[in-house]
Design a protein around this ligand. Structure first.
Ligand code: URA
Length: 400
């Protein structure tokens, strides 16, 4: 009975696997009403959940919809999830690189909401690249190429869509068991054996502090393992953007440079660390990972040799007004600059501009002289003054 389940959680008791399955089945079928679901979320927010309960909630959410099945080919099947950051184009490098090492990477990804575009928005800057492939096409590409990066098929973890929307409405998003079940249910429905999590902390991250990110990483690893998937986490600093570009086409350009062994050091190092195989670095330097990326792009309908979409933007260069050393390059403010230029979206149905964004010529620890370029903004017709103000506020330069 639903009200008994709700009362148990209200009073701080642990729920059983059967109770959580009944609840999630009811959330998807509509048998559990929206007020009941909202009450459940609030009780979990206040009372928390054990690891065992969170495993049961995650599995009930996985089983609420389709699960991808790769039984007709050999694995291992691996994937990465990032809690999101500014300039985070790791997926574009990691999927082909990991495939080049012999794993299969069935990467289901999302669009961005908020300050920058998501992985699919970035890839859609490549002319022709399709992100809405059907399960059968995905299976063919995974068998032939070893990796894909596409959007949600059919209904993966439909319970998460209902719960996430209500969490937004009821202020219950920042709950570690609810975040864990939300992230893992979508990833485990991909049919993977191994998952690596990039849990970011800092100004441009979902988790603002190192301690909060550590707690989330710990829960994600315990629950992932409890659900039978080899799960690791890497904690990364998101106080300044990753790499030197923020914006969709700009990030694809930088990911391609990295795939050719010529990308920024922090992007290459993080990608190699996440894969956790020392051979990965050599495959970037040899260009083998880039070849695999081109095969994936072609298999998904894109043309890796065509100019990226969004060309024709004007450039505005922001120069240093003092000599010194950069001591801060705030990721959130740089993300906001990209957002006001049109690189991100406020609502799911809004369009983004593929070409706008920022290139950072200076990052933390680097010397700068008066008049030297700090940032080049690629701009279209909106937000230039506001972006400029965010850029000015993002940088701290010490004159000592
Ligand atoms: N990302 C998700 O997919 N779910 C959350 O709850 C938070 C971040």
């Amino acid at each position: 009975m639903i009200h008994e389940i709700l009362e148990a959680k209200r009073d701080g008791q642990s729920l059983s696997e059967a109770q959580l399955r009944e609840l999630i089945d009811g959330v998807v079928s509509g048998a559990v009403t929206r007020p009941q679901t909202a009450a459940f979320l609030a009780f979990v927010f206040n009372r928390g959940m054990t690891v065992e309960e969170t495993v049961a909630l995650t599995m009930a959410m996985v089983e609420s919809g389709d699960q991808l099945d790769w039984s007709q080919m050999d694995g291992p099947f691996v994937d990465k999830h990032s809690t999101g950051g500014v300039g985070d184009k790791v997926s574009l490098v990691l999927a082909p690189l990991w495939a080049e090492l012999g794993s299969r990477v069935p990467m289901i990804s999302g669009r961005g909401l908020g300050h920058t575009g998501g992985t699919l928005d970035k890839l859609e800057a490549i002319p022709g690249y399709q992100t809405d492939l059907e399960a059968e096409q995905l299976s063919t590409i995974l068998a032939d190429v070893g990796c894909f990066i596409s959007g949600q098929t059919g209904s993966l973890a439909p319970a998460d869509r209902v719960l996430y929307a209500l969490r937004n409405e009821t202020g219950t998003v920042p709950s570690i068991p609810l975040i864990t079940a939300s992230i893992l249910s979508k990833k485990l429905a991909e049919g993977i054996d191994e998952l690596v999590l990039d849990v970011k902390w800092g100004s441009g991250a979902f988790m603002q502090t190192h301690d909060a990110a550590t707690d989330l990483a710990d829960m994600l690893c315990r629950v992932g393992r409890g659900a039978g998937v080899m799960t690791r986490a890497v904690l990364t600093d998101m106080n300044q953007p990753l790499g030197r570009t923020v914006g969709n086409a700009l990030e694809v350009e930088e990911a391609i440079a990295c795939l050719k062994g010529d990308g920024p050091g922090d992007l290459a190092t993080l990608t190699v660390d996440l894969i956790g195989d020392p051979r990965a670095r050599g495959l970037l330097d040899s260009g083998a990972a880039y070849e695999r990326f081109c095969r994936m792009v072609r298999a998904q309908g894109g043309d890796p040799d065509a100019p990226l979409l969004g060309a024709g933007c004007a450039e505005v260069v922001v120069c240093a007004e003092v000599d010194g050393t950069v001591t801060g390059c705030d990721a959130l403010k740089i993300g906001k600059a990209a957002f006001v230029l049109g690189a991100g979206r406020e609502h799911a149905d809004k369009a983004i501009h593929p070409g706008v964004g920022l290139t950072l010529h200076k990052k933390v620890g680097e010397r700068v002289a008066v008049g030297e370029p700090m940032v080049t903004m690629r701009v279209a017709d909106v937000g230039v003054e506001r972006a400029r103000a965010h850029v000015d506020a993002a940088f701290k330069i010490s004159q000592d």
